[in-house]
Each structure stands twice: as C-alpha cells, then as structure tokens.
Design a protein around this ligand. Structure first.
Ligand code: WTA
Length: 631
C-alpha cells in the first residue's frame, strides 16, 4: 500500500545454492521470469499445460480461466476449467496408483504424538482406505453436495475422511481439533453439516483432549439452536437430528449413544475397498474452511475443485521444488489451510512422500522436530515462524544432537518472520545450505501468493517475500453455504474487491523496496489507534522482539478512556531472563525511541540523543542518507 525505499546495500542477498539449481523445475531467475510472463500474457496456454498433468473426464468447454475482478464492470466471479468434469480424489490417488505406477510409494509416514507410534501408508493403501471411508459415508446417507464436518486430530483417518468426501462429491468442513464445543457447533450450523466425524480423544503432548465429549456438547448445542423451520425443511439439507459420529481410536472411554453414534472400525470393516468416484463439475464445491473475519464471526471460505487442484499442485511443485526422492514435512495441522493445501492436496497431487505429524514440537523433548527430520531423512521442511522462535529459545544443544544433513529447502508460513529467526533457521537448521521460502498467502487464496522460488530467487532475510508474485487467486470464496448453492455469493466476494477495482485486497499492509522485494507489515485491520496515532500491532511486536531479552511478543488493543485504545503487550522472554520493572521500562523505551528516531529522520533533525537501546544504531545513518525530500 505504501512504497518505501530501502537501500539495497543494507541487505545482503542470499543466492540459491548451485547444487539445487542443477535439477530444479525453475533453475534460475530468467527461467522464472519467462514462466511469469507466460502466466500473465498467455494464461490459457500456461494453465492448459498445468491441467494436462491431470485427468479430466470431460474437457473444458471454454477458456481455462475466466474472471472479473473489477466491481465497476459487473459481478465479481472466477471460473476455472468451465465445462470440464473431474474428481479431486481420482487425481491425487487413482492417477498416481494406476497411471503413474506409484502404488508402492509411501504417501505418508505417520508419526504419532509418542515417538513409538508410527505407520507408513503407501498410495495403494491410502486409496483402499479412502474407498472404504467413501462407501461408509455413502452408506450413512451422504450424497454429492452434502457437508461433512470433520473434527479429528492429525491421524491418518483425517486424510481418509477428507479424501473420501472429495471422492463422493461431499464438501468437507474441517474444524481444528483444538476448538471448543461452541466453535464446532457454530461451524456445523453455518454450513449445515449432516455428519460429524471425530475421534474419542487425543493426546497433545501430555495433555488428553476428550474430543468425543466436546463433539457431543457441540451437537447438543446445535440441536438447541436449530430453528424449527429448518427442522421441518423438506429439502435434502439434512437436519442436525441425523448427526452421527463415527469414532476412531479407543483412547478414552466415551459416552456412547447407539441411536446416533457409529463406530468407525465396525463400519469400515464391512464395506468394499472399491468405490467409483463421482464426476464433478470443475466449479463444484470442494471444501469449506472457516477463517476469522474482521466482524468476529468466522467466515466460511469455499474452494472449488479444478482451480484448487491446479493451484495447490503447481505451487507445491515449484515452491518446494518437488523431486521424486523427497521426503517432505509440513508441520501445520490439517485443520488450517496450510494443512489442507500443503499436507493433503498439493503433495498428493505431485505423488510426494510426506510426514504426517500428530505431535507438538516440545514433546517428549524440545528436539522433537529435529529428531523427526533425522528419522525420515526429511528433505523439505515447512513450518511457522512461531515454532522457530519457540525452538530458538532452547539454544543449539537440542539441534546438534541430530543429523539434519538431508535438508535441502526450508519454508515458513503464517506470519512475517523476523530477521533473527530467519538467520537462526537458515544457519542452525539449514546449515547455510538451504534456501528459506517465506510464503505469504491466505485461506481465501488457497495457495501461495507471494513467495520466492528456491533455485531462482535471491533472498533477503526478513523480507517476508521477494520479487514478483506467482500469478494467482482464482479460486472461489464465499460465506455461508446453504443447500447446494453453486454461484459464489457476490456480496461476500465484493468486500475483497471493492477497495481497488480490478484487484483483490488481502487486508495486509506491506512495503516494496527498490529491488522489488515485499515486506509484509501485518494486517491493516489489526491497526491500533492510540491517541489518534495508528499503530500496527506487527510493528510494535517487531520493536519488542528487537530487545535482546524478548523471544516473542503479541500486541493487542485495550479500550482506554482517554487515548481511545492503548497497547496491551504480551511478551515471552528468552530462557534465563527475568521479568522485572527495569525490563518493562526498557521495553517501553524500545518502542518510543524507534518512533521518535523515525520521526526525527523524517524531519531531518540530526540531534538524535541516546540510541543505545536500538538493535542496530547504524541503520539510522543509512536511513538519513536515503531520506527522500518530496513532500
Ligand atoms: C498472514 C495462512 C507475513 C497474513 C496461510 C495473511 C503472513 C494471513 C504470511 C492469512 C507470511 C500468512 N508473511 N504474513 N509469509 N503468511 N501471513 O488465512 O496476515 O490463516 O493475511 O492463512 O496470515 O492467514 P490464514
């Protein structure tokens, strides 16, 4: 939104390692530019090539990509492969097993919460389990277009169920298995799900979570809330009275209601391992996933079959430079979009071998991530800056116990990565050998929007992303889905496009430096207005984490009678640092000094006073040298 010139000399560039460039899909920057140009100038040719990798029962009837992003020219819409029919599950499983002969290849190494629990699942086995689950869902009355709520931990059954839905044309709505009964109920009600798939319980670290009990509470609430009219609706929108629960894994004793609860193991054993896929229209709904909306009510984002398949498979292949011998690991939970796109769909569409991890990074010890990397010889590793900052706190010892030499590419997602965390990740984990792909995107976009490509883009640490974006955003999003509405709710779409006709607005602020690198500053709707001064929470957080004692910081606003709002800062200190009054004063000064100094630079006031608490006082000189005089 605003462009600020950051002198290139201030940033050391990290060039792609030559070894990686040799066999890469996009081996250098020129090659990337060619691809980029093609995607912009000849989108149909570009996407036709991507689509030719996949199976289409019927080919598209018109142009591959049709859209209008300009509110002044009519309704906003996005259509991909219009007229074609296909099936997601067929493309990510049958195609690999039958056409590519990958039946014996491991799709997932499942690693449990406890390091003793593991399982390897091949593409052939995965197809069999998914077909069984598809038949089970069908037997329970689920039909094309019906919504299925999934409230499962990171166990293989989660993948079986989501793919089973896509096989029979049902729309999955996965609710992160850490959410409360209220949140689960709200989501079930919003998308009018007919079935809820859950587990009796799960251990997250040492903590037991009684999922079935929470699910029961959620369903009770749903039944209370459902308006009478809906109960008597004669259409095929199944009413919540029919909600049933297949339950997996006997972790804990759970209350059982034989009238509506169905046991996973019993039913799965009774059905066939064969199931014909349902052929869907390219623009049929694939899944709904809720994300937080600025109004405070969760917002249902709906992705459709063809666009999502093409986009997640393409970005996975290029951004992680997928190679057949890779073992890829994304540590996200499938309950979030990162897990949907880059644990399930993108990797499977590429025939990749992935780690599916149920655990947490600090159980049973703080070196668990590094242990898992060594155990499976992980080559591509994708995690969140939060996890990196958490693990940084424990120093080098837990890392150095393990052999991380298999790693080739590292990735981050979800929030801006601060340079300190970037350097630690690059040097300690990647041993200076692995590019860090910092991927910026959103639930709404379904896949990466701004990202470096590992063999093609020189990196700037802490620049959230770099260079031109990959051509993107054509999946369909909309809010509440009732019945089998097929057209996107243009009202919902409108909000993303109204600010700048012709453009999708992500809601994030960023600056672009003179080299074209983008630096994401955080949500523009996460601004805090203190005494009429707008502050970005991310900006204050960055200032706090610049202090040597702080590992992580989160800033929110609190109503203030005089100032309107004031900052409320949560900080996690690095090990061995003590929280006391002096530190609080230092942290307050930290924020103030930076703002004061920036203001003085803007006004060309050279007498800056004490800069000793700044992380890097030399920056001030550089900024002065590049001051711009324009009004
Ligand atoms: C933020 C997660 C900086 C951003 C995939 C975005 C990021 C929101 C990055 C979407 C990144 C995501 N650098 N910020 N690399 N990746 N974000 O829908 O504010 O859960 O708008 O999707 O996360 O969050 P969501």
């Amino acid at each position: 939104l605003s462009t600020m010139v950051v002198p290139g000399s201030q940033h050391k560039l990290y060039h792609p390692p030559e070894g990686l460039q040799k066999d890469a899909h996009v081996p250098d920057f020129n090659c990337y530019l060619e691809l980029y140009k093609k995607s912009i100038e000849e989108p149909d040719v570009f996407w036709k090539e991507v689509a030719s990798d996949f199976y289409w029962k019927k080919p598209p009837t018109g142009q591959i990509l049709q859209y209008n992003f300009d509110v002044t020219k009519g309704n906003i819409y996005v259509k991909c492969m219009e007229g074609a029919t296909t099936n997601m599950c067929y493309n990510v499983l049958d195609r690999n097993v039958k056409d590519k002969n990958l039946g014996e290849r491991v799709a997932f190494y499942w690693e449990g919460n406890s390091p003793d629990h593991r399982e390897a699942i091949t593409y052939g086995q995965l197809l069999g389990q998914v077909c069984r689950c598809s038949n089970t869902l069908k037997q329970m009355g689920v039909r094309k277009g019906d919504r299925v709520a999934i409230y499962l931990p990171m166990i293989p059954e989660l993948v079986y169920t989501m793919l089973a839905c896509t096989r029979i044309g049902a729309v999955h709505s996965i609710v992160f298995a850490g959410f409360s009964a209220e949140s689960l109920c709200e989501r079930i009600m919003d998308s009018q799900c007919s079935i809820l798939v859950t587990a009796d319980g799960v251990y997250r670290g040492e903590k037991l979570i009684n999922l079935k009990q929470i699910a029961d509470e959620a369903l009770e609430k749903c039944r209370e809330n459902i308006p009478v009219e809906t109960l008597s609706t004669p259409c095929r929108v199944p009413c919540p009275d029919e909600l049933r629960l297949p339950v997996v894994f006997p972790v804990v004793q759970t209350p059982w209601d034989a009238a509506c609860d169905v046991c996973w193991e019993e039913v799965m054993g009774q059905v066939s391992e064969q199931c014909e896929p349902e052929w869907l229209d390219a623009e049929d709904p694939l899944f709904i996933l809720y994300t937080s909306g600025s109004t405070g009510k969760p917002k249902g984002v709906l992705h459709t079959v063809a666009g999502y398949l093409l986009y997640t498979s393409l970005t996975f292949k290029y951004v992680f430079d997928h190679q057949p011998d890779d073992v890829y690991w994304c540590t996200a939970d499938i309950g979030w979009i990162t897990g949907h796109s880059y644990i399930t769909y993108g990797p499977l569409a590429n025939g990749a071998t992935s780690v599916l991890f149920e655990g947490i990074p600090v159980h049973p010890h703080v070196g668990r991530f590094w242990e898992v990397i060594e155990k499976y010889r992980v080559t591509k590793f994708y995690t969140a800056p939060t996890a990196i900052r958490l693990l940084m706190k424990y120093g080098l010892d837990p890392v150095q116990k393990y052999d991380l030499s298999s790693l080739r590419i590292l990735g981050t997602v979800g929030e801006p990565i601060n340079p300190e965390a970037w350097h630690w990740y690059h040097e300690v984990i990647g041993q200076k050998r692995c590019p860090v792909v910092d991927t910026f995107w959103q639930t709404e976009t379904g896949g990466h929007v701004l990202t470096p490509l590992p063999a093609a883009t020189p990196l700037k640490p802490g620049s959230a992303v770099s260079y031109h974006h990959i051509y993107t955003v054509y999946t369909v999003f909309r809010g509440r889905v009732k019945g089998r509405v097929k057209e996107p709710r243009s009202g919902m779409l409108f909000t993303y496009f109204k600010k700048f006709p012709g453009f999708y607005v992500t809601g994030d602020g960023c600056r672009r430096d003179k080299d074209g690198y983008y630096w994401i500053a955080g949500r523009i709707d996460d601004m805090i207005n203190v005494s009429g001064h707008l502050l970005s929470t991310a900006e204050v957080e960055a200032s706090l984490t610049d202090h040597g004692a702080v590992a992580e910081a989160a800033v929110v606003s609190r109503p203030h009678t005089v100032k309107g709002e004031c900052l409320y800062c949560f900080v996690t200190l690095k090990d061995c640092r003590e929280f006391n009054r002096t530190l609080v004063d230092e942290l307050k000064r930290q924020g103030k000094i930076m703002r004061r100094v920036l203001r003085q630079i803007a006004r060309n006031e050279k007498d800056l006073g004490d800069l000793s608490t700044m992380a890097d006082p030399k920056v001030v000189e550089v900024l002065f040298n590049h001051r711009c005089e324009t009004a």
